[in-house]
Design a protein around this ligand. Structure first.
Ligand code: GLA
Length: 689
């Protein structure tokens, strides 16, 4: 029941989500103080909670539990809002103006006591979820000098006093994303951040702070640089504040201008980390993704097979093999345009390479469609190789600074999409590409971080960090609106730009360039901390794996990739006929179970050397199990399933089990002997006769 109640006498707001409560109140000086975030309470109950919570906190400790901790006065923790006025005065002094409630959206308006700055705290609660979306808007209500913005976080999230808080988050790098870390919350301020212009491979903008089974988690809906500061004060208070941008940037807010931060969503749950993940999955499916009800097709992607050597013949040959296997979407990757025959040239020249595709793209597209598959194409609109016609024509279109080297990464520079002319150019060629061809799908890549992120002619250069992202969003939104059948995969050298902001406007994500099935288990698990399987694109590629040199049987590779949106990314022209036959069989098995994987509820499994994942949808249960290595003498433990009806019976077609036995004792999966053993089981709940 999503509801916002205001108690005027107490100056107290209570937000009631599906099963939790969140409360804040104004103190005598109009400062919005955090009151409560946890299991459901009534308005009377939250009214009895006194702020500050600990009476022993002395006045010299200063203000802490403020809904958006501002700089100034007796505040000494990392601020969420830092502003400077033209006379040098810093800080914000709260004066309450009014509030509105509209369909679960509470907006509380404040103004500074002296300066022309309005701050609105936004809270939005949606049906059927405990996730609270928060963001902040600022408005310069004066007519004179600009106001300098030094930090404008979306929200501060305060946790109750508990001992033993742990924080779970992910770290990584290119081809090694989403490595899960769990550590005690240290005293002081811990900063999770990206200064790269993307949400980044190195850290993903979410965190879980937990004590026992209680979990307070937060995720940013932003695809550029970001910062989340986890604060743990000596008096035991724990909170996190987050938003876009990173330290050192500043922006000018001009008279009359409004400033909107992205959403920083928060979730309280009381049933452990894994259940918190399931709540985030449901939120992403029900409130974030554009077409969550769609079942994603099986993709074939040609990147690992042909890399930059694409041509009409090899792509048609691959397409024929992919169609025979049962793939439903054929995606031609990099190398189809301009002089892009290797990674040092041609990026930015988005015209078809006619020596590789003499009749343009249409003959290939027609063939792919004739084979019964949809057609998709790789693009990397935000980038340019210095060796390209585009760069020779428009060297000023890239991010750059006078007297500074234009640092290349992967031989490319970043186009400055904050410039409206550059963004319009990109929209135009993308719109024409999609409009003039029957393109069903784009893989939108972004392969490097920002550097020399300057714009000599720009009025407010640090805006580039935000406006680049906003314009990427606007282009994708416009393309989707004008081409409603178009579907988009988010990619950034793998998982370098996956976040709630990107998932709000894409259909799936390429989570890592690392396709080694063994490493992928951990990458997928880290991804699953917050993002659902429905968005997790996963390919079966060649063995030995090109990254690790590891040889892994085909079935194991399939069973790992079947835990998400299955795709094939190997060179099918080199696969043996027995591999092709096995792949065809496994792919058709995936089609039987994928609705459960993509739309079901996910549970993590673990039994000795075996780990796995389970999905439940209605009466169907899909279990994928992986045993990378076997050690003689170590017992094979029974695999215990989760969330079944103990009173029901479950059948795999060949065997039948009691729900209670599967839950409490488990079953022994028939795994093949040797390393890299794996299995997929599909149980259906059966009515006992
Ligand atoms: C990135 C992507 C890959 C592939 C290449 C093409 O690395 O993550 O999947 O598209 O670019 O250059």
């Amino acid at each position: 029941m999503a509801e916002v109640i205001f108690d005027a006498d107490e100056r107290l707001w209570l937000l009631t989500t599906a099963t939790t409560s969140y409360a804040l109140r104004l103190d005598d000086s109009d400062v919005p103080k955090h009151v409560y975030w946890g299991p459901a309470l009534t308005i009377g109950q939250v009214a009895s909670i006194k702020v500050p919570v600990l009476s022993k906190i002395s006045s010299v400790d200063g203000i802490t539990d403020e809904e958006l901790l501002v700089e100034g006065g007796s505040r000494f923790d990392a601020p969420s809002l830092q502003v400077k006025f033209s006379d040098g005065t810093r800080a914000f002094e709260w004066k309450y103006v009014d509030h509105t409630v509209d369909d679960g959206h509470l907006a509380i308006r404040f103004t500074d006591r002296h300066y022309p700055l309005e701050v609105v705290l936004h809270y939005r609660i949606g049906a059927g979820t405990d996730v609270i979306e928060r963001w902040t808007t600022l408005r310069h209500t004066g007519a004179d000098d600009p106001i300098t913005l030094l930090r404008t976080d979306s929200a501060s999230w305060f946790l109750p006093y508990r001992s033993g808080y742990q924080v779970t988050h992910t770290i990584g790098g290119w081809a090694s994303e989403f490595r899960t870390q769990e550590t005690p919350v240290p005293y002081g301020e811990t900063v999770f951040t990206s200064r790269r212009g993307t949400s980044s491979h190195q850290a993903n903008p979410f965190l879980f702070v937990h004590a026992g089974d209680e979990v307070w988690s937060g995720a940013l809906a932003w695809s550029g640089s970001w910062r989340i500061t986890l604060r743990h004060t000596a008096n035991g208070q724990t909170s996190f504040t987050g938003g876009f941008g990173h330290e050192g940037l500043s922006w000018r807010l001009n008279p009359g201008e409004e400033w909107e931060t992205p959403v920083f969503a928060g979730l309280y749950s009381a049933d452990g980390l894994e259940a918190a993940s399931r709540r985030w999955h449901a939120y992403v499916r029900n409130h974030v993704l554009p077409h969550a009800d769609e079942t994603r097709p099986v993709v074939y992607n040609s990147w690992e097979a042909t890399e930059f050597d694409v041509n009409v013949t090899n792509q048609k040959n691959l397409a024929a093999r992919a169609a025979e296997l049962g793939c439903e979407l054929f995606v031609m990757d990099d190398g189809w345009f301009g002089g892009r025959t290797h990674d040092a040239a041609g990026l930015g020249d988005w015209t078809v390479n006619l020596s590789r595709f003499p009749g343009g793209l249409n003959p290939l597209i027609a063939e792919v469609h004739r084979l019964g598959m949809r057609f998709g194409l790789w693009v990397e609109p935000e980038m340019v190789n210095p060796d390209s016609e585009l760069y020779r024509r428009h060297p000023d279109w890239v991010m750059h600074m006078p007297n500074r080297t234009r640092t290349t990464m992967r031989n490319q520079l970043v186009l400055n999409f904050a410039r409206t002319d550059v963004a319009e150019w990109a929209h135009k060629w993308l719109d024409q590409l999609v409009g003039q061809h029957e393109i069903d799908f784009l893989k939108w890549d972004m392969n490097r971080s920002f550097s020399e992120a300057g714009w000599p002619a720009g009025a407010d250069q640090d805006r580039l960090w935000l406006d680049h992202v906003r314009h990427v969003y606007a282009i994708i939104d416009r393309l989707r609106a004008d081409h409603p059948g178009l579907r988009i995969e988010a990619c950034s050298g793998g998982g370098g730009r996956i976040d709630l902001g990107m998932l709000a406007r894409t259909d799936q994500a390429w989570i890592s360039d690392n396709t080694d099935a063994l490493q992928r288990i951990d990458i997928q698990r880290g991804y699953s901390l917050i993002y659902p399987a429905r968005t997790m694109s996963a390919w079966v590629t060649d063995s030995p794996n090109p990254f690790t040199g590891r040889a892994v049987p085909l079935a194991f590779r399939f069973h790992v990739a079947m835990a998400g949106v299955l795709g094939i990314g190997g060179n099918l022209l080199n696969w043996s006929s027995s591999d092709l036959a096995e792949a065809r069989e496994l792919l058709s098995q995936y089609k039987e179970i994928r609705h459960v994987v993509q739309h079901g509820v996910q549970y993590q499994l673990s039994a000795g050397p075996v780990t796995g994942v389970q999905y439940v949808l209605g009466k169907e249960v899909v279990v994928l199990l992986w045993r990378p290595t076997v050690n003689f003498g170590l017992p094979q433990l029974p695999v215990r399933l989760k969330a079944l009806d103990p009173a029901a019976r479950y059948s795999t077609g060949s065997a039948e089990y009691d729900g209670a036995v599967l839950l409490h004792h488990g079953f022994e999966p028939a795994l093949p002997a040797g390393d890299y053993a794996s299995a997929m089981l599909h149980f259906t709940e059966v009515t006992p006769s």
